[in-house]
Write a protein that binds this ligand. Structure first.
Ligand code: PEP
Ligand code: MG
Length: 325
């Protein structure tokens, strides 16, 4: 395994027919930087900033957040780092910020909804991200967007943050690419309109699957309903990929289905060329890529998109993987 790490660290991800596929890291803590670098990540596709918030006794102030983000950005030495704003609620709680008890936390007050209702906290985080943007190529990502109003409200907070920093005479990056997570079915339907507001999409399949199929991602009782190869899920992913391509927007898939070989094959076939995953999966995904022909994957993906049954899709992809591997 160690030998493999060495072998793949310096290599770019490429299919057997030479198509470049970018593999970035999902990170949460400072200690993840080293792991990502050792595994040869192309920067960070998803920095889950709630992790540092969760391990503290109170909300970190702006400077603390700035220093933290700056360390991450500098750690990746010029490679892009996508910083996602706070995504608490659902299954992620902060010890010092107790939201009201909810019957349905995943359908409730979570993620960007919490941020938009706590503008000071939100603006402070955005200021810290803008400040960190001076030290390398930072992108800003908003989670759980389900309407145009929400992304517009987020952009209004960015404008406030900029004005604030300017007034204070604090340095910050003027141009930061903005993105939205596509992880609520409404965002799939609205992708063409959302694309006009942002520079890139991040496909959050962990949540997208649970919301599309009404199956809690953490509930073992409905495990069998939580199916990444459900034809409706594949259709949605295909739709978003098409929109991104047509409107020339970036697209990175950062859900767990990017690190399973079977689903990975289908996603490469759909035309997805950027993934973000837990770092330990990166070297083995590069190895897998070398055995996949983009052309064959594309043909396979056309086949499965015409199938109505997930079992059949899985069996088909399994056969395709065996053929190539
Ligand atoms: C997702 O929902 O797919 C995702 C990447 O974000 P998280 O797992 O943090 O909700
Ligand atoms: Mg999510």
């Amino acid at each position: 395994e160690q030998h493999k790490l060495e072998e793949f660290r310096e290599q770019q991800g490429r299919t057997s027919d030479g198509i470049r596929v970018v593999l970035r890291a999902n990170i949460g803590l400072i200690s993840d930087i080293d792991v990502a670098l050792r595994n040869g990540a192309n920067g960070v596709g998803l920095y889950r900033t709630e992790f540092p918030y969760m391990t503290r006794a109170s909300f970190p102030d702006r400077d603390e957040q700035y220093h933290l983000y700056r360390r991450v950005v500098e750690g990746f030495g010029g490679q892009p780092v996508t910083i996602r704003t706070l995504d608490i609620g659902g299954d992620k709680a902060l010890p010092y910020f107790s939201p009201p008890r909810e019957e349905n936390p995943f359908m409730g007050w979570r993620s960007v909804r919490v941020s938009l209702d706590n503008r000071d906290i939100f603006r402070t985080q955005i200021e810290a991200i803008l400040m960190a943007g001076q030290h390398g190529p930072v992108k800003m990502l908003f989670p759980m967007i389900s309407s145009l109003e929400e992304i517009r409200a987020c952009k209004a907070v960015i404008a406030e943050a900029r004005a604030n920093l300017r007034r204070e005479g604090v340095g910050f990056a003027e141009e930061i690419p903005l993105g939205v997570m596509i992880e609520v079915p409404a965002a799939v339907m609205l992708a063409p309109q959302l694309a006009l507001e942002v520079d890139f999409f991040a496909l959050g399949t962990n949540d997208l699957i649970q919301y599309m199929l009404a199956a809690d991602r953490n509930n073992p009782l409905v495990n069998k309903y939580y199916d990444p190869l459900h034809p409706a899920v594949l259709g949605a992913l295909r739709q978003v990929t098409r929109v991104a391509k047509k409107l020339e927007k970036g697209l990175c898939l950062c859900g767990e289905m990017g690190s399973d070989p079977i689903t990975f094959l289908a996603l490469v076939g759909m035309g997805i060329r950027e993934f973000s995953m837990p770092s330990p999966f990166i070297p083995r995904t590069k190895a897998l890529l070398k055995t996949i022909s983009a052309r064959e994957a594309r043909r396979a993906s056309k086949e499965i998109l015409a199938m109505a049954d997930s079992q059949q899709i899985r069996a088909y992809l399994q056969r395709e993987l065996k053929k190539s591997g």
